[in-house]
Design a protein around this ligand. Structure first.
Ligand code: NAI
Length: 248
């Protein structure tokens, strides 16, 4: 039977590359976006590549909506083999005391609560259908402090905590839960900080031993691996895909 993956926030950046990567491996791809037009457009792109896909509109901060999306995915394809909690935001690249409370709230709502809702409802379905794998988007900022990102760091450290704790809870129940920690990847999130002048592309590349930023495809491959049957003894861990950043 074909496997099915659900990916949140998948019409841009890492999520988009991940949808293509799962499609390439023969998965049914259920993907979400807050933007109807972008979702429909991306659905056509996937179909043109022969990928069976379903687009569902979703804001991950809406718990009921997350539950509905998970249930719709299972209703359509019979089972959810993998969930990728990809949707995330990085707001306000400034010194911590200059950050706004609203920005931190939005990051916690999206990066932490959104991941929690996704895990919660996917796990309930996976328990009924024989298990599965969950991959959460953490970051090098989930393990380290990074300049101008204290609030984002807090949200991604929480993702690592949720991943570890839940992995232990379900370790004997056929559900593996891991995180992936990208270094700086060229996507809208980073571009926003470059546009404000907080960083330059060169200064971001320079903090990685490989002296470059990563690509969405670099991360997509790691995510597909963590969700696959190639790593049956991996759970509760974080896979660093960061050009050597965390080795320093
Ligand atoms: P991106 O901005 O292209 O992708 C994030 C996606 O999440 C967007 O499509 C956005 O619309 C969606 N999103 C934001 N809030 C949402 C909400 N409330 N409900 C539903 N969707 C929402 O940026 P990128 O880089 O592809 O980010 C993907 C994930 O990777 C994020 O969790 C990010 O924190 C993480 N990450 C990115 C790194 C980077 O350097 N680009 C480094 C480490 C982690």
């Amino acid at each position: 039977m074909k496997k099915t993956v659900l990916i949140t926030g998948a019409t841009t950046g890492i999520g988009k590359a991940t949808a293509f990567a799962f499609g390439h491996k023969g998965y049914n791809v259920v993907f979400t976006s807050r933007n109807q037009a972008r979702g429909e457009e991306f659905s056509k792109e996937l179909s043109a590549k022969g990928v069976e896909n379903t687009f569902l509109e979703l804001d991950v901060t809406d718990e009921e909506a997350v539950k509905t999306v998970v249930e719709k995915a299972v209703a359509k394809y019979g089972k959810l083999d993998a969930l990728v909690n990809n949707a995330g935001v990085a707001l306000g690249s400034v010194l911590m005391a200059d950050a706004t409370t609203e920005d931190l709230r939005q990051m916690l709502d999206t990066n932490v609560m959104g991941v929690f809702y996704g895990m919660k409802y996917a796990i309930k379905e996976m328990l009924k259908t024989g298990g599965g794998a969950i991959v959460n988007l953490a970051s090098i900022a989930g393990h380290n402090g990074l300049l101008y990102t204290a609030q984002y760091c807090a949200s991604k450290h929480a993702v690592v905590g949720l991943t570890k704790g839940a992995a232990i809870d379900y370790a004997t129940m056929g559900i593996r839960i891991n995180a992936i920690a990208p270094g700086a990847i060229k996507t809208n999130i980073i571009q926003a900080s470059i546009d404000t002048g907080a960083y330059s592309e060169e200064s971001i590349a320079a903090i990685h031993p490989m002296k470059r930023m990563g690509t969405p495809g670099d991360i997509a491959n790691g995510i597909v691996f963590l969700a696959s049957d190639d790593c049956p003894f991996m759970t509760g861990t974080t896979l660093f895909v960061d050009g050597g950043y965390n080795a320093q």
